[in-house]
Design a protein around this ligand. Structure first.
Ligand SMILES: [Zn+2]
Length: 443
């Protein structure tokens, strides 16, 4: 396929395994929105007539991947902000979610998708309810989502249906529309059994089979806090052991949080290639603990970064997760080299994509979708702009740059953020809708 768009910048970070820094480089995109070439300008093929050339002044990076979120919770931000997980859920969140109506999932997802895109986060893995509204919101902003509609039995949420009904809805959707669909395959579907503490073991076993049969991701909370799964731990040793025992592992499984893992739990994850969505900000805010990131990486467990819901973080900024993941890993080992800046950046890009079983996003390589982010360097965070040597430039990006320096974003080659603002939806209107929902929930 021939090139229809060329993005040219002084620095391109393809996020290959070595985290190479390309100087004066281009990313060529075809009409379908896939990358056909990424490399130094000098070696780039001639640009065909009619192709668009976009010359940028900063750094191009792949869109970041948020591997764990509940984005429609936007109106709930700040509720129960000083409570521990179980009280936060039962006293603040579930009662408020019970007041949310179907359409609220659209408005919350729309504003959250805009927030993420403006921060350079092009893909999120979502667990919430009324998935059809969430998918529509992402199609409207032009983002990308791996949508795993939530399946649980929780007090106050009975109106959503039984776990069997919720699982059946997802199965029907996948069997009707396919696993991936939409322009640029923007939507992928998967299963979101909430956790072992909100579902009986037979539910998780059955849902895991449905997911395996369809090659779908199973996205589940595991070992977030010590208090949540006392019953499962006393009966089965741990939730990973329970999942192994009931035959729920072996397909595409993403364990969110995975804070309280023993060595043998990590071995189970290694054995079944279970991936982890590491959510350091949420885990710190709820005082849940710190996941054993370096032990997981050392065991070759795939790890991505997640923000968790906007009411438990309280933002959707994956750059923050990059920094905190690196800080905590360094503190844990008392070693400032324990997790380097380039390694931390890869967690949010290439590794994040791998953790959700996607080899078509997360890096700027031919064949992958052109999910590309431009970071402006005209800022105190970059004292030498793009002229800094590679190591300093990566340091500036990871330790000092902020989401607010993302100026432009393309998803599947489509320009969805231009000069900080969404090109397809009205940000002020999206904000006003969430305000309206938040007012209704608190009244
Ligand atoms: Zn969560």
């Amino acid at each position: 396929m021939s090139v229809s768009l060329r993005l040219k910048a002084p620095v391109v970070l393809p996020c290959d395994p070595a985290c190479s820094v390309l100087r004066d480089a281009v990313v060529d995109v075809d009409a379908d929105g896939r990358i056909v070439h990424c490399g130094p300008s000098a070696a780039a093929p001639e640009l065909p007539e009619g192709a668009q050339l976009r010359e940028l002044t900063g750094i191009l990076v792949p869109g970041l991947v948020n591997t764990h979120a509940h984005t429609p919770m936007m109106p709930l931000r700040g509720l129960g902000g000083d409570l521990p997980l179980m009280r936060w859920l039962t006293e603040a969140i579930w009662p408020s979610e019970a007041k949310m109506i179907d359409r609220d999932s659209y408005d919350g997802m729309l504003l959250g998708s805009v927030e993420m895109l403006r921060a350079g986060v092009t893909t999120s893995v979502e667990m919430f309810f009324h998935g059809e509204h969430m998918a529509q919101a992402v199609l409207d902003t032009g983002g990308r989502v791996l949508l795993t509609p939530g399946i649980l039995s929780a007090p106050g949420l009975e109106r959503l249906g039984t776990w069997q009904q919720l699982a059946e809805e997802t199965t029907r959707w996948i069997d009707t529309d396919g696993l991936r669909f939409g322009p640029g395959e923007r939507i992928e579907l998967g299963y979101g059994p909430h956790s072992a503490y909100t579902l009986p073991p037979e539910a998780i076993a059955e849902i895991s089979q449905l997911a395996r049969d369809r090659g779908a991701l199973m996205h589940i909370h595991v070992a977030e806090t010590l208090a949540e799964d006392e019953k499962q731990r006393s009966e089965h040793g741990s939730v990973p052991q329970l999942l192994e025992k009931i035959g729920a592992l072996g397909g595409r499984v993403l364990a969110a949080h995975a804070v309280h893992l023993s060595d043998s739990d990590i071995e189970i994850f290694q054995r079944y290639d279970v991936a982890v969505a590491h959510c350091p900000n949420s885990n710190a805010k709820l005082a849940s603990g710190t996941a054993r990131l370096l032990d997981l990486l050392g065991a070759n467990v795939r790890v991505g970064l997640g923000t968790d819901g906007p009411a438990s973080n309280d933002d959707l900024d994956v750059w923050d997760e990059v920094r905190l993941a690196a800080l905590l890993a360094r503190l844990d080992r008392g070693d400032a080299a324990a997790l380097t800046a380039p390694r931390a950046l890869l967690l949010a890009t290439r590794d994040g994509a791998a953790s959700i079983g996607r080899s078509d996003i997360g890096s700027l390589e031919p064949g992958r979708w052109a999910d590309v982010v431009h970071v402006d360097v005209d800022s105190p965070a970059f004292p030498r702009g793009t002229d800094a040597p590679d190591v300093q430039l990566l340091s500036n990006l990871v330790w000092s740059a902020a989401a607010s320096q993302v100026t432009d974003v393309w998803v599947a080659g489509q320009h969805v953020i231009a000069d900080h603002e969404p090109t397809r939806v009205d940000r002020a209107k999206a904000q006003a809708e969430v305000r309206r929902i938040a007012d209704r929930i608190s009244s």
